[in-house]
Design a protein around this ligand. Structure first.
Ligand code: NDP
Length: 503
């Protein structure tokens, strides 16, 4: 934290009521490249409750005009925003890789997810269906419509710094809410670039506001503000629980997308080469820092040996490096704290299972200035071991052998999380049993645990969330209230449940 930039790196500002503004306190924080921490991306405003209140006020003032703007017109602005993102996709993706480390191909996918949800939600401007339904009384009309809630506080993590804010802001805005966006402190630059394009797309001043700064100062102020009616949060389960407790005191609507401990089940008849591809992509893509990353492989003992041999050989061949280099398979972890956390879990893993490969920080040559850790596999892990239960959020995979399919289903479900799961099998009956029995919000058959598409609901069971879903039309539920409307054109008093009943 500083008051004065110590270098000539650019200084970025909050976005409030259509203007770029400095924070009230004048304090700044840095964002650096996790592949090379000497690379300073810029200085960002360290917002506090005063900045948050200013942004909430701007959102409140903009709300009446925005909610009265016809939804198809709101949708047209989303459509323009999607087009702008598509035009700037490469620039956004490169900025993302530089700021949080994921390899460039994945960063492009992250931006594409933002584009997809913007187009999808632009279309909602002309759908947003309610119900028309017969009344139980004659000469009476009944229907329901969605109404915006008010000001939405959007609190996001760093691991999908474009996609997740878009998943939240697009449905919030198309349904007529205004937003105050507080991005993760590890990715303020991505957030700033996104909001620049939103301003260019034509969202009216005050409909979209950006306040950078810490969760404790800005996030907390949003949760506590009586003028923010809905909070949409993605992050750690522990942070989500604290937010839910505080918001509950105000009966504030809260949508939570939290942690995961996703598992892949490999049955005896699986195509092992296909399973190996899916496991490696799910475990080490985004350096294991996806909420849907696979950190557990539950494998039937009959195929443990051949699967493990394939996984070890392929994991050892993965190349660590700067995600902007085309030769890189796995980028850095996001920051020093994440690296330390992974190291701590690897020490636990050494006691609980058997290290197959990896297990060390990578510091050779150009890796010396970044937060790199080798792709790591433990075998012989038991379902209730800590490395099989706790979210590590790094490139660490546990292999859990089980005797048969029923034991695999039990192990898969033995977790407090419930986001994503997958099964590899050639037996259609086994596949459908998995679809029925896996207690997760997302199930894949013969594919890894990652790869959600934006027109289907996204979210998880148990401690992965609080029952809301993002993406798809399910996302509209977070940001709207239902209004039921009765129009009586009989010209007389008609009493429901009374006048239409015998006696
Ligand atoms: P955190 O919970 O640490 O942070 C998430 C966001 O919340 C950040 O913007 C953070 O700000 C903010 N925040 C922190 N403390 C508070 C507070 N007291 N009040 C309000 N806001 C606060 O998570 P990470 O950013 O580390 O993200 C990783 C986590 O996100 C993993 O657990 C992962 O599983 C989960 N995740 C879940 C997804 C899902 O859909 N289920 C999708 C993607 C990730 P700051 O950065 O300033 O600390």
């Amino acid at each position: 934290m500083t008051d004065q930039p110590a270098s000539d790196a650019p200084v970025f500002e909050h976005f409030v009521a259509g203007e770029w503004v400095p924070s009230v306190s004048g304090r700044l924080f840095e964002s650096r490249n996790p592949a090379d921490t000497r690379d300073l991306i810029g200085y960002f405003q360290a917002g506090d409750p005063a900045d948050t209140a200013r942004a909430v006020r701007a959102a409140e003032l903009a709300a009446p005009a925005w909610r009265r703007t016809p939804a198809p017109k709101r949708g047209e602005i989303l459509y323009r925003f999607a087009e702008l993102m598509a035009e700037h996709k490469e620039r956004l993706a490169r900025a993302m890789t530089r700021e949080m480390g994921k390899v460039l191909t994945e960063a492009r996918g992250d931006v594409q997810e933002g584009i997809d949800i913007a187009y999808l939600m632009a279309g909602e401007g002309r759908r947003m269906f309610g119900d028309t339904t017969p009344s139980e009384l004659p000469d009476k009309w009944a229907m329901s419509v969605r109404q915006p809630i008010g000001v939405a506080g959007i609190i996001t993590p760093w691991n999908f710094p474009i996609a997740i804010p878009c998943w939240k802001m697009m449905p919030a805005l198309v349904t007529g809410n205004t937003v105050v966006f507080k991005p993760a402190s590890d990715t303020p630059h991505c957030a700033t670039l996104l909001v620049e394009l939103m301003a260019e797309a034509g969202f009216p001043p005050g409909t979209v506001n950006l306040v950078t700064g810490s969760g404790a100062e800005v996030g907390d102020a949003l949760v506590e503000s009586p003028d923010v009616q809905v909070i949409s949060f993605t992050g750690h389960t522990s942070t989500g629980k604290r937010i839910a407790e505080r918001a509950a005191r105000r009966l504030k609507r809260v949508s939570l997308e939290l942690g995961g401990k996703n598992g892949i089940v490999v049955l005896a008849d699986a195509d092992l080469d296909l399973a190996t591809d899916g496991i490696l992509w799910s475990a080490f893509g985004t350096t294991g820092q996806r909420c849907t990353a696979a950190s557990r492989v539950i494998v039937v003992e009959a195929v443990l040996g051949p699967l493990l041999e394939r996984l070890e050989r392929r994991a050892r061949a993965l190349r660590l490096g700067d995600g902007l280099e085309p030769t890189t398979d796995v980028g850095p972890l996001v920051n020093a704290a994440a690296l330390t956390k992974v190291e701590e879990y690897v020490e636990i893993g050494r006691r609980e299972g058997e290290l197959v490969c990896g297990g060390r920080r990578a510091t050779d040559g150009p890796l010396a200035n970044g937060h790199f850790f080798e792709p790591t596999i433990f075998s012989g892990v038991r379902p209730m071991d800590r490395i099989a239960q706790e979210e590590i959020f790094g490139p660490v995979l546990s292999i859990i052998p089980v005797p048969d399919e029923p034991a695999a289903v039990t192990a898969l479900n033995q977790t407090r999380y419930g986001l994503s799961s997958s099964v590899y099998t050639r037996d259609v009956n086994a596949a459908f049993r998995a679809i029925r029995d896996f207690e997760t919000g997302i199930v894949y058959v013969n594919a890894g645990t990652i790869g959600a598409e934006t027109h289907l609901p996204f979210g998880g069971t148990k401690e992965t969330g609080n029952g809301h879903r993002e993406a798809g039309h399910a996302a509209l539920d977070t940001y709207t209230e239902w209004k039921s409307i009765y129009v009586d054109f009989s010209g007389r008093l008609q009493r429901a449940q009374i006048d239409n009943q015998p006696g």
